[in-house]
Each structure stands twice: as structure tokens, then as C-alpha cells.
Design a protein. Sequence first.
Length: 194
Amino acid sequence: MQGKEAIIEKIISDAKLKEETLIAEAKAKADKIISDAESFCDSYKAKAQQDKVSAVEDIMNRSKTVAELDAKKMLFGAKNDVVAKTFDMALEKVKNLPKDKYSKIILGMLSYAEDGDVVTISKREKDIVTEAVIKDISAKKKIKLTLNKELGKFDGGIVLSGKGVDKNLTLDSEFQILKDELEEEVAKKLFAEA
């Protein structure tokens, strides 16, 4: 039996040795897998942190750019409002000139009258452009002018209606033309930077 026991002992010993070797190999593989997973996690965390910082910087830069554009739009709008109000104030100032100065402007507009024109005035000009004034200008220019019996629905200036062509010399129209021509120059003077 000794031979039999020795064989069993040898089988058990070889099995234990094999088991220890397999356990050691499995433990080594497990340690390698854990080490690789930890390395992957560390690099993933580092990349995620870097991506987060990069994304925050991108968002901040885009937000700053959008804010700067919005500020420029608001400033441009405010400047346009100031220029528009400047022209509106100038128009009101002309409308409220002393009668003698205002009359010169309106009578100057009548120099554009042509033969056959009908002169339409607003309520503001009813004491300036009268039938007598129309007759006087007609005689001086040797043309036929007629004063429209109905007042125009505008505030200041005149309209000369002729043969197929109207000359809109209302103050609103004249100031719009001035605004179109001088807006840029006025803005430069209003917002000149030192």
C-alpha cells in the first residue's frame, strides 16, 4: 500500500502545486486587469477634467463674444436713437422758430413753384401763405399759382402739385432728406472720440 499511497500523495501534491500555480497566475492576471483599469480610470479622469476645462473655456469665450456683440448692437442702437432724436429736436426747433424766420423758410420753398402748381399748406402756414402772397409770387415769377382751399395733413412746409409731379417740401420730408445725407456726419460729431 505504500506504493499506492505514494502515488496518491504524489497526485495530491501535484494537484496542490498546480492549484497554487493557477491561483498565482489568476491573481497576477487579476492584478494586471485591476492595474490596467486603474490606469484607464486615471487617464479617463484626467481627459475628462481637461475636456471640462476646455469646454468651460469655450463656453466662456463664446459667452464673451456674444456679450460683446450684444453690447455693440445696443451701443449702435443707442447711437442711432441719439442721432434720430437730434434730428427730431432740430425739426421741432425749426417748427418753433420766430414767425419772421419761419416765414423766410416757407416763402423760400415757394421759389420752387412752377406754372400751374397748386400750393397746399398746413395749418402752421395759414397766416404766412395767403391768397395775397400767392398772387404776389405769381406776378413776380410770371406764372399761375393756386392756393389749395384744403389744408394739408402735415405739420409744416408746403406741397406743390403740378402737372403729374408733386414736390413734397413738407418739413418732415425735408428733414428726412437731410437726415439721409447728414446722418453719418452728425453721428461723427456727436460721438467723436478724443
